[in-house]
Design a protein around this ligand. Structure first.
Ligand code: NAP
Ligand code: ZN
Ligand code: ZN
Length: 348
């Protein structure tokens, strides 16, 4: 089925109209008419080939939410008219130890991500959510709680799960001091989740103007990371720090804020390697870790947690045609706090 989309044809050309083909739903597939798609910084990294792994043309977008329009004959989880959502994962082998333990993102056969992955159906690559519709196996399609505003819920599919998962794994909760580095798409959800989980939540930001918003979202304290005296006050005091920064920055200044045996988790992916001084980890014994989105069951758990706590993202709605402008603002850390594309704009 020919489908309207927006794609980047090369690292140096803007994301622009493009037609892709979607398969007709197979027995276990769900077809979703996309209402909203969030704009993740990874979309920008990919469109501009900043990680050197993009297959062009690329149709970005992995914060996909819409209405089910058709279902395959064997689908049981969805009916036509339901809300459905697709995040970063659209398929995996389902049999390896990672898949069996709900960690499909680490599938040993290679998970299929929403865009730029080999597509076993078309023989080409997968195309993401900057498009009219998507067809996805029901096992990789998520349910959206009815009380959540659909536009504000869309970014939960990546920004939400990517911060929820490490906060859960490393035990954010009552009695814990948790730092979130960067108040962008991921960071603002990190602040909301850490607060909702009961942790003492501290935001590190390079943008003093974001302080009031961070407090409204649940930060107990806001630290301007460019102020060495303000940073020094928190030396060796954190149980957990989640670093969401997309650009080159000094990891050591945050590592030294961890207590004994505490962990800093990288979720942001700066384009270049970031040097770590051994002493930042040695004294006192500290951990540096990384985390990638979350598995399908945990993504559903996160959405249900958001339904229960009435948590959604702070967004600015844009038209598909404004995508390059949105990318430029993202590069200037000027996002309040996630751009979401109203996909109706694709039609006219
Ligand atoms: P974003 O909305 O652009 O937010 C990034 C934030 O980082 C900015 O708002 C800014 O916050 C801070 N920042 C930017 N430049 C900085 C600098 N030079 N020094 C210190 N702080 C800086 O991006 P996002 O969509 O949240 O994504 C963040 C990163 O996570 C990206 O690299 C993305 O590819 C990656 N990501 C990873 C996963 C995963 O599974 N691991 C999933 C999704 C995204 P302040 O203004 O508050 O300083
Ligand atoms: Zn993302
Ligand atoms: Zn697998």
């Amino acid at each position: 089925m020919p489908t309207k989309a927006f794609a980047a044809q090369s690292a140096t050309t803007p994301v622009a109209p493009f037609t892709i083909n979607r398969r007709a739903p197979l027995p276990t597939d769900v077809e979703i008419n996309i209402l909203f798609c969030g704009v993740c910084h990874s979309d920008l990294h990919f469109a501009r080939n900043e990680w050197g792994m993009t297959v062009f043309p690329v149709v970005p977008g992995h914060e996909i939410l819409g209405r089910v329009t058709r279902i395959g004959s064997a689908v049981t989880k969805f009916k036509v008219g339901d809300l459905g959502a697709v995040g970063c994962l659209v398929d995996s082998c389902r049999t390896c130890s990672s898949c069996k333990s709900g960690l499909e993102q680490f599938c040993m056969g290679g998970a299929a991500f929403s865009y730029g992955s080999p597509d076993k159906h078309s023989g080409g690559v997968t195309y993401g959510g900057y498009s009219e519709n998507i067809v996805c196996d029901e096992q990789y399609t998520l349910k959206v709680p009815a009380n959540l505003d659909p536009a504000r819920a869309a970014p939960l599919l990546c920004a939400g799960i990517t911060t929820y998962s490490p906060l859960r794994k490393w035990g954010a909760g009552k009695g814990k001091k948790v730092g979130i580095v960067g108040l962008g798409g991921l960071g603002h959800m990190g602040v909301k989740f850490a607060h909702a989980m009961g942790a003492h939540t501290v935001l590190f930001t390079t943008s003093p103007s974001k302080g009031d918003d961070a407090k409204r979202m649940g930060a107990d304290e806001v630290v301007i990371s460019k102020d060495p005296a303000a940073m020094a006050k928190h030396a060796s005091s954190f149980d957990l720090i989640i670093d969401t920064v997309s650009a080159d920055h000094d990891l050591n200044t945050y590592l030294t804020l961890l207590k004994l045996d505490a962990t800093m988790v990288l979720v942001g992916v700066p384009p270049n390697p970031q040097p770590v001084h051994a002493f930042s980890l040695i004294m006192p014994r500290r951990n540096l870790a990384g985390s990638l989105i979350g598995g399908i069951a945990e993504t559903q758990e996160m959405l249900d947690f958001c339904g229960k706590h009435n948590l959604t993202c702070d967004i600015e709605i844009i038209r598909m045609q404004q995508i390059e402008e949105a990318y430029e603002r993202m590069l200037k850390s000027d996002v309040k706090y996630r751009f979401v594309i109203d996909m109706a704009s694709l039609k006219g």
